[in-house]
Ligand binder design. Structure first.
Ligand SMILES: NC(=O)c1ccc[n+]([C@@H]2O[C@H](COP(=O)([O-])OP(=O)(O)OC[C@H]3O[C@@H](n4cnc5c(N)ncnc54)[C@H](OP(=O)(O)O)[C@@H]3O)[C@@H](O)[C@H]2O)c1
Length: 271
């Protein structure tokens, strides 16, 4: 299938103030996309916008909390008012938090679902009317390895990302023949502020894991591929993602064994 150029396309990125969202915004700016940058921290969004403009790109900053549907719809309205269309919507905003299930509060569990899952639901609802009118568009969900292999000490996060993955696959099937594509990227562990500042209960993340993590630029490249290559569906990221996918499918008991060891370590407080 012929590659499609990103140049001039209007792309909404949620969570563009930091980490993966910022990296993909810059990678898309390098290829000439017109960017709508959404998140809560406006100063950081403006910093992303300045870097986009330094690269010769165009950016529109729209403050938005993805847990509030009207605000997400406001992002779509702002994009259409400015550029008259929405060519791609990247559902990237998300939070990461680790806690044993029995220690997780209802409020924490709900919050993770609201940001990670409902944020994508509101994003898709907001993007689809414009894409339907155009008869074209790409929705990209930043899911996770946890969408495919549920992680111990991360039930809420895993549930949210499994939900995101199911949403994306379901939508792709519903939209077949509409001209609208749905792709999902599944990173493993990415060296972002989000990874190192995530909430943990019962253990601390060591900075020593940093060399084993993926770069936000790797996530950005996968997003560019989703936009440029029409045949793209879901991308388990890197060798780690592909290995975890294969292990999860072929050796689930081994994954249970390893997951159990991790959970017991956290229970005993020795991790
Ligand atoms: N890092 C990893 O290891 C990893 C692995 C797999 C998947 N992912 C996924 O990658 C995505 C980005 O994460 P990251 O690692 O880049 O973390 P990050 O650096 O913390 O970035 C998270 C982004 O989400 C935004 N966000 C959070 N809550 C929001 C809300 N309620 N409304 C609007 N925006 C919100 C943040 O912006 P504001 O705070 O300014 O609102 C920020 O821009 C997430 O979906 C995450 O699950 C990350």
């Amino acid at each position: 299938m012929a590659q499609e150029s990103v140049r001039g396309r209007v792309v909404v990125v949620t969570g563009a103030s930091s980490g993966n969202g910022k990296a993909m915004s810059l990678a898309l700016a390098d290829r000439g996309a017109r960017l709508v940058l959404a998140a809560r921290r406006v100063e950081l969004l403006e910093a992303t916008a300045r870097e986009v403009e330094d690269r010769g790109g165009e950016a529109l900053v729209v403050p938005c909390d993805v847990t509030v549907r009207e605000q997400v719809e406001g992002v779509a309205r702002a994009a259409e008012e400015r550029w008259g269309r929405i060519d791609a919507w990247i559902n990237n905003a998300g939070v990461i938090a680790w806690s044993l299930f029995e220690d997780t509060t209802e409020e924490e569990f709900r919050r993770i679902l609201e940001v990670n899952l409902m944020g994508c639901v509101y994003g898709a609802w907001a993007a689809l009317p414009a894409m339907r009118r155009q008869g074209s568009g790409v929705i990209v969900n930043i899911a996770s390895l946890a969408s495919l292999v549920a992680l111990p000490v991360g039930s809420a996060y895993s549930v949210s990302k499994a939900g995101v993955f199911a949403l994306g696959d379901s939508l792709r099937r519903e939209l077949k023949g509409s001209g609208i594509r749905v792709c999902q990227v599944m990173p493993v562990g990415v060296n972002t502020a989000g990874f190192f500042h995530q909430r943990t209960r019962g253990f601390r993340l060591s900075k020593r894991v940093a060399p084993f993590l993926q770069d936000p630029e790797t996530v950005a490249k996968a997003v560019v591929r989703c936009l440029e290559k029409p045949g793209t569906r879901n991308i388990p990221l890197g060798i780690q993602g592909k290995a975890a996918f294969v292990f999860g499918a072929l050796a689930p008991r081994l994954v249970d064994l390893f997951g159990g060891l991790v959970a017991r370590g956290v229970q005993k407080g020795d991790a």
